[in-house]
Design a protein around this ligand. Structure first.
Ligand code: 5GP
Ligand code: ZN
Length: 112
């Protein structure tokens, strides 16, 4: 399948891994928007949050726990943001479900 993040998961495209297990792969964003900016992606190719169903409930909970574990291991305790951009108006540019994890500075709100 011609999917950038599937290629990153498979190792066909190099990435800076921060975490991996049977369900997910996490790696540094190539264009970081904060001192800490990594992406958590399911190993299963799911196009976006709009394609989620009941079978994915545990996976999504797992992703949030992975985010917390990686942040804790990095010593982040002052706060962070987990973001999912979905489909065109959501600003999704890679059609493989992913969660941005941002930290290391005070983050602005609301988003643009
Ligand atoms: P989206 O805009 O779809 O929510 O987020 C896609 C993210 O993937 C962007 O923040 C972008 O910087 C990141 N990205 C795109 N191509 C690559 C790549 O080849 N390697 C890595 N590590 N990140 C990428
Ligand atoms: Zn994919």
């Amino acid at each position: 399948m011609d999917c950038l993040f599937c290629k990153i998961i498979n190792g066909d495209i190099p990435s800076e891994k921060v975490y991996e297990d049977d369900l997910v792969y996490a790696f540094k964003d190539i264009n970081p928007e904060a001192p800490v900016h990594f992406l958590i992606v399911p190993k299963e190719h799911i196009k976006s949050a709009y394609e989620l169903d009941e079978a994915h409930k545990e996976l999504i909970g797992h992703i949030f726990l992975v985010a917390k574990k990686v942040l804790k291991d990095m010593g982040i305790e002052n706060g962070f943001r987990i973001v999912n951009n979905a489909r065109e108006d959501g600003g999704q540019t890679v059609d493989h479900l992913h969660f941005h994890v941002l930290a290391g500075r005070s983050l602005n709100w609301p988003p643009g």
